[in-house]
Ligand binder design. Sequence first.
Ligand code: DAH
Length: 350
Amino acid sequence: MNDLAPLAELVDSARAEFAAADTPAALENAKARYLGKAGRITELLKALGALPIEEKKSRGAQINVAKQQIETLLNARREALAQAELQAQLRAEALDVTLPGRQRGTGGLHPVSRTIERIEAIFGSMGFDVADGPEIETDWFNFTALNSPENHPARSMQDTFYVDLKDAEGRWLNLRTHTSPMQVRYARAHAKKHAGAATMPEIRVIAPGRTYRVDSDATHSPMFHQCEGLWIGEDVSFKDLKVVFTDFCRAFFETDELELRFRPSFFPFTEPSAEIDIAFASGPLKGKWLEVAGSGQVHPNVVRNFGLDPERHIGFAFGMGPDRLTMLRYGVNDLRLFFEGDLRFLSQFK
Ligand code: DAH
């Protein structure tokens, strides 16, 4: 009788059961069904005792072959399960080194701040000091000291933000409508510092900062920036203003291919007064006159309010718009973009 076929089937069914066992515990249970005390192989070996000696030998050998095959299958499956468990553990504890690190967002300077820094650097290289002053201003510094008559329209509610507080003279404080009051603040401090001396060093200063007017459209914002300039000495003339401002514009726009035009104008605090226009010789704005600043020789009344003698101290002042300069330099056509805080716009200037 051929007993090999049932043995081969036994090995096959052990292989299938071992393969189906997907945990070490399930595999040990499956093993017990073949090789355990009451396992099928063990039962077969026990049954050998009843056989005649010759048959016992050959049958025993066949069963042992099957037993070894089953043990081999068992070990292979144990090894496979151990490997799978190891892999699962490695996967669970894996560090994904390809994940980009967490970065701290890098900020950047606002484009208008960049412009102000440029203005400071260029005028600084020409010997100008940089001054800073209050944004809430008194009526005297903002208007009166600058020779603006009491009934000047710039004082009207349409132009000016007033603060619900009065100064010592009983006048409403305002959000400064220009940086020009800094001329008076700086010059008075300078005059006081050098009072009594035989000669006074020249005043050479710029004062950039925020200014406010009741105004809002594509080219006006209720908050905007100005940068004041003042140069007072004993023989400072309009010619000096022309040289200084031309040098500034060429340095700021990084081109010598730029023309300046002084167009007669009116400001209460200067006489004569001029608007400064520039025109580029090339580029998208080629040949167009663009207004960039107001300027003029400082009015004698204003020099008097500096605490200086207008017969002796003369010079010029100018006021420009850093926002406008930024728009021209970067080709931005809507002022409001600067103050909306949209990072898609602002991050282009990083
Ligand atoms: N303060 C003037 C304005 O806001 C600008 C200005 C014009 C300033 C002439 C000056 C100047 O210093 O001389 O419109």
